[in-house]
Every structure is written in C-alpha cells, then in structure tokens.
Write a protein that binds this ligand. Structure first.
Ligand code: SF4
Length: 204
C-alpha cells in the first residue's frame, strides 16, 4: 500500500492509501470531533461534525473527514471560520433533539452553539446510527434498527430479537451520545417484550 503525503493544519502527515482524512489526522495526534464514528464500524458520515476544509488543485471543499479519503498533496484545515460555523449549526440542530445530551455539551460550548436556536423536537435521538450499526456489524444481531423516513425516522428495538439478545449484551448503551438508547430499550422491554411466565408455587 503506497504512502501518501498530505498536510493537516500545517503539519506534514504520512498516511496510507485508502485511509480517511479522519484516520490520517488521528494517526498524527490531530483532533477532529466525531459523534457517529466508532473504530470497529464502517464509516457512516451521518453526523458531519467531523467536517473539515480540504483543498486540492486550488479548490477548497467542506467534507466529512470520516468518509473522505486522503489524497497526495491534500491540504486539510480542521478549524476555520467555515468549519466552525458548520459544526455550530449542526450542533444546534442536534441540541433541538437532545438539549441535555452530555456528549453535545462540551462541543456546544466549544463552537458557541445555542441550544434554543432551532425549535425543539425532543426525539432524544440524533440518528447517529451507532446503536444500529454496532448491533448489525459487531454483534450480527440486528436487534435495533431504523424505522420510517425523513423527519419521522427513529430507532426501534425489534422485540422478537431484543427480548432474546439484549439482556445479556447491552454493549450499545454506552455508545449512545444522547443516552436515549437505554431509555428506548427499557420502554420496549416494559411495553412489548413477552411477559415472564409464572409457574404456580407448588403446594405442600
Ligand atoms: S439511540 Fe443513540 S446511538 Fe442510537 S441512533 Fe439515536 S443517538 Fe445514536
């Protein structure tokens, strides 16, 4: 695999062909924020918080670092006015869904995101897909998935699978940036899982 030289925040970085800008930055110890990224999962590009400026051939584009491959002589800026503004608006949209999500608070402060800028749609899920993808790609169980489309899109546990698999796993819970997942699981468990069957106490 050939080596690629690029520049990130003025630092020359050596990367391998096929690496994403995010991987190249991480290998050089350069921080790019992420919400939907996980090293065990395929890059997804859902949250776009990893947006950076990428300049090549005299053109500069805003790209999601997790799904954009490195190229020779690419010049990447992980912070700029445009990058910060993009992240701020994205965070404001996420905060409309999950205003108290701990994973969003530090980022909101860093980028000056106003949690009241957009009308509240407290779904508590930012559709990062970490739970869905982790269950599918790592656990191979598909106990949680996306349902509906557009503004109605949400995650949902599949009761037939979740009732058999989730109680002994729950590995997806700490991945959720909003902590909604755990609540959704317990709600499903309470409302939809088959009730435990009670055997009458033996007499005597
Ligand atoms: S429940 Fe949490 S982990 Fe799952 S998609 Fe929503 S925010 Fe992401």
């Amino acid at each position: 695999m050939s080596e690629i030289l690029l520049q990130i925040d003025g630092i020359e970085v050596k990367a391998k062909e096929g690496m994403s800008i995010l991987e190249a930055a991480q290998s050089a110890g350069i921080y790019i924020p992420t919400l939907c990224h996980h090293e065990k999962l395929q890059p997804y590009g859902a949250c776009r918080i990893c947006t950076v400026e990428a300049e090549t051939g005299g053109r500069t584009n805003l790209v999601a670092a997790c799904v954009s491959p490195v190229q020779p002589n690419l010049v990447v800026r992980t912070r700029s006015e445009k990058v910060d503004k993009t992240r701020k608006i994205l965070l404001e949209q996420f905060l409309a869904h999950a205003p108290d999500a701990p994973a969003l608070q530090d980022l909101a402060q860093e980028y000056g995101a106003d949690k009241d800028r957009f009308e509240k749609e407290s779904s508590f899920c930012i559709l990062c897909g970490l739970c869905v993808r982790y269950c599918a790609e790592v656990k191979k169980k598909n106990a949680v998935g996306f349902v509906d489309r557009g503004a109605r899109r949400e995650i949902s546990f599949i009761p037939e699978i979740a009732s058999k698999e989730c109680w002994k796993c729950k590995e997806c819970f700490p991945l959720c940036p909003t902590s909604y997942l755990q609540a959704a699981y317990h709600l499903t468990e309470a409302l939809v899982f088959p009730s435990p069957s009670f055997e009458p106490a033996s007499e005597g």
